[in-house]
Design a protein around this ligand. Sequence first.
Ligand code: ZN
Ligand code: ZN
Length: 153
Amino acid sequence: MTGGCSCGAIRYEIASFPLLLYTCNCTNCQRISGSAFALNMPVATKGFRIVKGEPKGWHHKSPSGADVTSWFCGECGARIYGERKSRPESINLRAGTLDDTTWLVPVAHMFLRSAQPWVLPAANAECHEIGPDDYRPLAEKWRAMWPEFFRQD
Ligand SMILES: [Zn+2]
Ligand SMILES: [Zn+2]
């Protein structure tokens, strides 16, 4: 998979299938995206590569207190992915930056307590007022949705 920012200065490639896809309706994600929710797609760090340009980093704390770096294009300002100090094995890609967004169906919705009242969940998606403490059962569900990309063993 490939993707990039709005102006084309930053381009990336993903070599391994994403680990999860979910929306986050927290007020932080609403502000950052300038929209109703963020479409977050964790990807294994070792499968993610910037192939053009150099994103700029913004270091801050997430609402839960985690040290986060948000990477964005210094030219057009598009946010591309986030990285957590405590979770170096994966990055959190903004799924809308992919070149092909036609297949993006979230497996869960987070922070529905602050969701816009008209937001409806995707079919069969898990709904969370905040989010799960453990993302593993959700990752399991996601893998079951994509048997062609994950060996079932
Ligand atoms: Zn750009
Ligand atoms: Zn959020």
